[in-house]
Design a protein around this ligand. Structure first.
Ligand SMILES: *[C@@H]1O[C@H](CO)[C@@H](O)[C@H](O)[C@H]1NC(C)=O
Ligand SMILES: *[C@@H]1O[C@H](CO)[C@@H](O)[C@H](O)[C@H]1NC(C)=O
Ligand SMILES: *[C@@H]1O[C@H](CO)[C@@H](O)[C@H](O)[C@H]1NC(C)=O
Length: 316
């Protein structure tokens, strides 16, 4: 039992850590969150914000993870492409309302680029998993506008028509590396409301098109008591979002190897189950039907041509 003292050490460290960082959900200008010293915890203790190392990596990132359930499952990372090599990382909020991560040798590892107007700015982690910068009561920045690999309820995937900015999901490079990986979920704002799945520049699948009830690529029943997916088109933006109708905890994630799944937390087994895989139906292999093809899972064979196009291979 030679490593028992180490266990005891960690146990004590855990107690110290958890008593140290209880219940602060916000910082104001000139307050800071230092790696290893403190975290922010949302009011209902659903999410925690702080520095972490993913998987086997020793590099440090500022991230948001579940706290009350599935402790440590990361849903968002700030400095995805600019990791910190040691534990000198610090998150600060400037008086101007700019959230900044710095480290020992780097005054600007990452920045939210937000600007407020006075010293009433506050950065707060919410029970939705959203990190928000408030200028008095006005939201001037939110992490939900910069999705990573996880689509949480309430997050909008799509396009801000005012600023022209796109919000899309990008996979991690590997379980140990949250930097921008190969796979992307991007909202197709040109045609049908649908989410395109890309590997690099190559279209590998889609969620959709939207059929009024759900994406055709997902097994969504007529009456879904768990969540509702919405497509919204207005003058300001065009996006897909979803809301939970019950107390279920759910996330949509694009894994580093390109799977996209709806995951649900089952408290009884204390684990996530795959509620649906976006890849289950053959239509989702978009290229199956070739260019200018229309795929329908209700048809056999599933491919047909768009008006004005002839099948290249009529048998298929
Ligand atoms: C920030 O946290 C403090 C301490 O818990 C709390 O009193 C205050 O109301 C919080 N501020 C906001 C804007 O929620
Ligand atoms: C902030 O601005 C820098 C420089 O323009 C940019 O590289 C960075 O991505 C921006 N950060 C966010 C969170 O948009
Ligand atoms: C900041 O607030 C002051 C007073 O409310 C106002 O005069 C000024 O225009 C504001 N500055 C910016 C950059 O919004």
């Amino acid at each position: 039992m030679e490593n028992q003292p180490i266990h005891i050490f960690f146990f004590i460290a855990l107690i110290l850590l958890s008593s140290n960082c209880s219940a602060l959900d916000n910082i104001s200008a000139h307050q800071e969150i230092r790696d290893g010293k403190a975290t922010l915890v949302s009011e209902g203790e659903m999410f925690e914000l702080g520095f972490f190392s993913p998987g086997k990596s020793k590099k440090r990132y500022l991230g948001i993870w579940y706290k009350k359930i599935s402790y440590g499952t990361v849903v968002w990372v700030a400095n995805r492409n600019t990791p910190i090599a040691d534990r000198s990382g610090m998150l600060k909020l400037s008086k101007q309302g700019n959230l900044v991560i710095c480290s020992g040798d780097n005054p600007m590892v990452w920045s939210s680029n937000s600007t407020g107007n006075n010293s009433v700015v506050v950065a707060q982690i919410l029970d939705t998993g959203n990190l928000v910068v408030w200028n008095k009561n006005k939201m001037i920045w939110q992490s939900f506008d910069y999705p990573g690999d996880t689509h949480l309820p309430g997050m909008k995937i799509g396009k801000d028509l005012v600023t022209g900015s796109q919000r899309f999901l990008t996979s991690w490079k590997s379980p140990d590396d949250p930097s921008i990986g190969e796979y992307t979920h991007i909202y197709d704002t040109n045609g049908y409301p649908q989410v395109l799945r890309l590997r690099g520049e190559i279209l590998v699948g889609r969620l959709g098109p939207w059929n009024g009830l759900g994406f055709s690529g997902l097994p969504i029943e007529k009456e879904n008591h768990i969540y509702s997916i919405k497509f919204v088109v207005n003058e300001k933006d065009i996006y897909a979002t979803y809301e939970l109708k019950s107390s279920v905890v759910q996330r949509i994630v694009v894994t580093w190897d390109g799977k996209s799944s709806i995951l649900q937390w089952i408290e009884r087994i204390k684990d996530w189950i795959v509620y649906a895989n976006a890849e289950v139906d053959t239509c989702d292999r978009y290229s199956l039907c070739g260019p200018y093809g229309i795929c329908s899972i209700n048809k056999h064979p599933p491919c047909s041509c768009m008006d004005g196009f002839e099948p290249r291979n009529p048998k298929e």
